[in-house]
Design a protein around this ligand. Structure first.
Ligand SMILES: C[S@@+](CC[C@H](N)C(=O)[O-])C[C@H]1O[C@@H](n2cnc3c(N)ncnc32)[C@H](O)[C@@H]1O
Length: 922
């Protein structure tokens, strides 16, 4: 005879039924119980057997229970540990264990320790599982007592509940799923070894996004994380959708018997009936999940079934969606997502006509599209119209899932959401876009309207990868620029992807359309930025450039970003006379800091539009004529965030540095063993010159080269004739040598700029030197004796005889000299300054030493000698030091420009602070 086994599971199901019955007509804080699905469909090692809910619809979770038969001791450490983990998972601070004979209530205190606060042991005579069923009346009585007591505890606030939102989107469950990233990453990697098509797809994605993951060397973990987040989002959204569409109820079918591929089919089925394709679309690699991880995902789904999200209210749904987005952002924090407040500022600055169409073509998780939607709704536009006039697309499907969630609102379920998958470089004005019909998921076609505003945080793709990812964009855009502006115009090959995109987007804008983009700051100061600026200014009026003066907007060490606000113009027709560009510095961290002032961002946007300085921002405006002069001076646009008007007054005191120096990078001859001989070489003294091998060897304003370089421009034959056998033999030693790739040195070192393959030319000996990446200390060092310098240094080799080089050295280290160094460079993500020898050669200006009388020169040198004695200091300390102040006074007085000193100092400090501000929140 088959004996029906009354086990833990059957008892737990009876307990849940009894709790519901007991509570049915009561008006107490515990409203309902759940967990039956978990019990029926799984052995639930992850979620509690019984869940107590705080109201009928289950909006709050009060507590989880673990139920055992009497043969498991209530003190079983495994049982306690397991129950504790489940409480943490849900985010509640209590749990209850009950093995029929005894029940105990645990509370978790603020320090995270759990201890028993109540015990019920009147059933301790039930000590075997066989008699549990026959003692139903008794255990039910105890159950009622437990419930009554718990009501007291909850009423007194001694134990705390959690909301469904916090539980479902909180840390506990996120960590529960995301702690499996490594396992999934490994599984994906292994699968890629068997499927090269998959591997190729993954790497196309990775090439585009890798800059946003500076700490990752390969795509597997980021991809695994995306996949896990995507599964959580899909399941949660499908459960929410049950509110609106009964077809979504099949999500409850995903249980422990369901394989990932079958789950994908169930979800695709839901999407085909209820739309939201962008949320439900299959993600790259999502089926390749190890079974242990899949089991957890399924348990999560069963838990969601128990929560009965189909009957929660609309406000709660809205909150759950918001929190899901927030959770996703938090988990991807600092990678490609745009901080919400930055998105708010971008849209507030860009969108002038709130009724017009707005579009984010690289929408990622949709933060910017959502900010645009909110701006519309806040200004009184209906939800429906706001949705109809908001557009977003991305090249990849994972972000589209999030973007769709971001624009989904219970009030607009049933409306078409204008989100689609598209590579920005393939976009055409007015093209037909495939969207999906919310009623039945069928395809509908809408024409992409010309946009009033385009707002986007553009992808950061370096030039090396563009050819691989967007092969046609370079040619197409250069043709477009040439066609509009003439043959001389085209972007430099070194331009990053974002340099091409404004010209793609130009076509999609209405004639008076506006473009607001977040891009890296590299264009302000790089060589390729010069061409970019030229072309940009023909297609757009640059209205404002916004930078951070405090803290970085993104958590990525390599990239510093700006907002750029542009107005579309006709390259042939529009006159820009009288137009100005605003350079805005945010002086407070209004992007990443927490604060409650909801209007702050809008107020700041208004100040920027009306060019009003306030405590949050500094604005400098320049006319286009002034900008032209700045460009002629070679000053980078980064300098314009501080007031540079004084510069226009002193131009007649300046001299291009290239008039007295040859400026270039230090030596890079390519075979150190030959050119930098180790002691014992036997080379004659006349062929040895000093070499400064590293910026670390520069200890102050005067530098000493303490290594030797082999410098010979004499033929081998002549050397032998002269009996200079030390040098001769030295060269011979390398004559038959090969480099690391096996090529003969004689071949690889031959270069028309050098007399012989073994030559270093004395004309590249440096008089002055500056590091290519100075950080806090800005200064030009003079070499004690002319020396070769390493390639990480910029060398200045005097090519005139008629100037006093000590005077020049002093002038280059004056406040104005330092300003020019800072203003020609470009701030790196870690706060160091990036200097470029070619730019220095072309653009560096110095105070003209020919304008100084002998007496003035002596006075300057005298003060400078004190500065030299003092040594170099970090810039801000340097500028505050009395010795420096006296020195600068004498210099500026000699040129009659002392009245600008304060402005110079402000400009220099400002520029320096903007560069260093990136370190403030690292
Ligand atoms: C910096 S992120 C945008 C972040 C977004 N605003 C957010 O908050 O999530 C750049 C986005 O551009 C997308 N992308 C990269 N290359 C693209 C291309 N060629 N066409 C369209 N989108 C692209 C990436 O997938 C990424 O989502």
């Amino acid at each position: 005879m088959v004996q029906l086994n009354y086990n833990e599971r059957s008892w737990a199901i009876d307990v849940i039924a009894e709790i519901k019955k007991y509570l049915a007509n009561k008006s107490v804080i515990i409203k309902n119980a759940g967990g039956e699905n978990t019990l029926k469909k799984s052995k639930s090692t992850y979620f509690p057997d019984v869940l107590l809910f705080g109201d009928e619809l289950g909006n709050s979770i009060l507590q989880g229970w673990e139920l055992k038969m009497p043969d498991t001791p209530i003190t079983d450490p495994e049982l306690i540990k397991n129950a504790r983990e489940k409480a943490d998972l849900l985010g509640v601070n209590s749990f209850l264990l009950w093995n029929v004979s005894e029940a105990v209530l645990y509370k978790i205190d603020d320090e995270g320790n759990h201890k028993i606060i109540k015990t019920w042991n009147d059933l301790n005579y039930i000590n075997t599982r066989e008699i549990v069923r026959e003692r139903t009346v008794e255990w039910k009585q105890t159950l009622h007592k437990i419930l009554d007591d718990l009501v007291d505890y909850f009423n007194r606030g001694e134990i705390r509940s959690t909301t469904i939102i916090d539980s479902v989107t909180g840390e506990g469950i996120s960590n529960f799923i995301l702690e499996n990233v490594y396992l999934v990453a490994d599984c994906l990697k292994q699968y890629s070894a068997t499927n090269v098509d998959f591997e190729d797809e993954v790497f196309i994605w990775w090439d585009t996004v890798r800059v946003e993951y500076p700490n990752e060397n390969d795509p597997w973990q980021p991809l695994a994380k995306n996949i896990l987040i995507s599964w959580m989002n899909k399941l949660l959204f499908a459960h929410i959708l049950k509110n609106f569409r009964e077809e979504a109820a099949i999500i409850d079918k995903i249980d422990l018997d369901t394989k990932p591929a079958e789950a994908v089919n169930i979800i695709t089925d839901i999407s085909s009936k209820c739309d939201f394709w962008n949320i439900f679309a299959p993600q790259l690699g999502e089926e390749h999940i190890p079974s242990s991880v899949w089991e957890k995902i399924v348990h999560y789904n069963i838990f969601l079934t128990d929560l009965k999200l189909e009957s929660v209210g609309q406000d709660l749904i809205q909150e759950i969606l918001q929190s899901t987005i927030y959770r996703t952002h938090r988990k991807l924090a600092g990678q490609f997502t745009t901080p919400k407040k930055l998105a708010d500022l971008l849209v507030a600055l860009t969108i002038k006509n709130k009724r017009g169409n707005v579009y984010d073509p690289c929408c990622g998780t949709g933060t910017i599209a959502r900010a645009a939607f909110d701006l519309k709704v806040e200004s009184g536009i209906s939800y429906k119209e706001a949705l109809q006039t908001t557009w977003a697309s991305d090249k990849f499907s994972f972000p589209l899932q999030m973007a769709t969630l971001a624009l989904t609102n219970p009030k607009n379920i049933g409306e078409v959401i204008n989100i689609f998958k598209k590579d920005i470089s393939d976009l055409k004005a007015k093209e037909d876009i495939k969207l999906s019909n919310p009623v039945d998921g069928s395809e509908i076609i809408k024409q992409l309207p010309q946009m009033s505003s385009i707002v986007s945080n553009l992808p950061f793709v370096r030039q090396e990868v563009i050819k691989k990812l967007n092969p046609s964009i370079i040619k197409n855009i250069n043709n477009k620029i040439k066609k509009a502006l003439g043959k001389g115009y085209q972007l430099k090959a070194k331009s990053d992807l974002y340099a091409y995109l404004p010209f793609v987007l130009w076509d999609l804008l209405k004639d008076d359309g506006r473009l607001g983009i977040i891009i890296s700051n590299s264009w302000l100061s790089t060589e390729w930025g010069v061409e970019f600026k030229k072309a940009l200014r023909k297609f757009f009026h640059i209205e404002a450039i916004v930078t951070s003066g405090k803290g970085k907007w993104f958590n990525n060490a390599d990239v510093v970003t700006n907002i750029l606000i542009l107005n579309k113009i006709n390259p042939k027709a529009d006159s820009l006379e009288g137009k100005e560009i605003s350079f805005v510095t945010l002086t407070e961290d209004i992007i990443n800091k927490e604060y409650n002032d909801k209007n702050l961002i809008n107020n700041i946007a208004r100040s920027i539009r009306t060019k009003k300085k306030d405590k949050y921002l500094n604005i400098e405006t320049y006319s286009l004529e002034q900008i032209k002069k700045i460009d002629e001076l070679g000053i980078t646009w980064s300098a314009l965030f501080s007031n540079c008007d004084w510069l226009f007054e002193i131009t007649d005191k300046l001299l291009p540095a290239s008039k007295i120096f040859d400026i270039a990078r230090g030596e890079r001859r390519g075979w150190n063993a030959l050119f930098y001989p180790e002691p014992g070489h036997g080379i004659e003294k006349i062929y040895l010159k000093p070499v400064l091998k590293s910026s670390r060897d520069i200890k102050g304003y005067t530098a000493t080269a303490n290594s030797e370089a082999f410098c010979c421009t004499v033929s081998l034959q002549k050397l032998r004739e002269m009996g200079h056998l030390g040098a001769y033999n030295w060269i011979k030693k390398f004559e038959n040598g090969v480099n690391n790739t096996g090529q003969p040195l004689v071949e690889v070192l031959t270069n028309p700029q050098y007399s012989y393959w073994y030559s270093l030319e004395p004309k590249t000996l440096a008089d002055f030197v500056i590091s290519m990446n100075p950080d806090e200390r800005l200064f030009v060092a003079k070499l004690e004796t002319r020396s070769f310098v390493d390639q990480r240094l910029i060398r200045f080799t005097a090519n005139v005889q008629d100037v006093d080089m000590d005077l020049v050295h002093a002038l280059m280290n004056s406040i104005l000299g330092l300003f020019f160094i800072e203003a020609l460079g470009f701030g790196r993500g870690l706060g160091a300054l990036d200097l470029n020898a070619t730019k220095f050669k072309r653009d560096l200006k110095i105070l003209n030493p020919y304008l100084v009388s002998k007496e003035q020169a002596e006075r300057i040198k005298d003060k400078f000698s004190k500065l030299k004695k003092r040594g170099t200091l970090p810039l801000l300390e340097d500028l505050n030091c009395g010795i420096r102040k006296e020195f600068d006074d004498v210099v500026l007085r000699a040129f009659g420009i002392e009245k600008y000193k304060e402005q110079m100092e402000r400009s220099l400090k400002n520029l320096y602070n903007i560069r260093k501000s990136v370190c403030q929140n690292n």
